[in-house]
Design a protein around this ligand. Structure first.
Ligand SMILES: [Fe+2]
Length: 205
């Protein structure tokens, strides 16, 4: 049985960038619906007591196929991760993260430009990610619909939900405006913590 994780801040904490109404729908209705649907689908099956991450890895369909269990499990995981990528108390990236982004993308600003360009040009519903592969190399990618890089063995460091339900109430169809707001409430500390975790696990391997 999976539960809807608690939002790490109040519903109105991200205003004026994301309204209480957006979070009310996005977290309270969409995210909750993915968790509820997943529980409904796995009840009485072999997947009932499997962790969300293991479930995602076990049920990813081959390209062109659909798996309702995968879709709802991936959306449950993606949303839980996304909420932590946002914060009402945004602080600048720490020195290490700044160095890593600068080495890979030219500068933090260049990283943000490339990330936003990928997010804005992603066709239809999906997610834009900063991910690391096995060797620790960073990349910006988009996944379609519910798909998550976790299933492909890439470690997410940051994501932006580019489904219209993430921004339509506040920005209508203006995804670029949503991206501009995203940087005002980005949780760089979370990204830095994910990077530290990645370095610890890759050094331990
Ligand atoms: Fe969403």
């Amino acid at each position: 049985m999976h539960t809807l994780p608690e939002l790490p801040y109040r519903l109105d904490a991200l205003e004026p960038y994301l309204s209480r109404e957006t979070l009310d729908y996005h977290y309270g209705k969409h995210h909750r619906a993915y968790v509820n649907k997943l529980n409904e689908l796995i009840k009485g099956t072999d997947y009932e007591h499997v962790s969300l991450e293991a479930l995602i890895r076990a049920t990813r369909p081959s390209p062109g196929r659909s798996s309702p269990v995968y879709n709802n499990a991936a959306q449950a995981w993606n949303h839980a991760f996304y909420w932590h990528c946002l914060t009402p108390q945004a602080t600048p990236p720490d020195t290490h993260l700044r160095e890593v982004l600068t080495t890979r993308f030219g500068s933090v600003d260049d990283f943000q430009l490339q990330f936003a360009r990928t997010a804005v040009t992603t066709f239809g519903s999906g997610w834009t990610w900063l991910v690391a592969d096995d060797s620790g190399d960073l990349d910006i990618i988009s996944t379609a619909n519910a798909d998550t890089p976790l299933a492909a063995g890439r470690m997410p460091l940051l994501t932006c939900d580019v489904w219209e339900h993430a921004y339509y109430i506040d920005y209508r169809n203006a995804r670029a405006e949503y991206l501009a707001a995203f940087w005002k409430i980005i949780n760089w500390d979370f990204v830095a913590a994910n990077l530290r975790h990645l370095h610890r696990t890759s050094h331990a391997a």
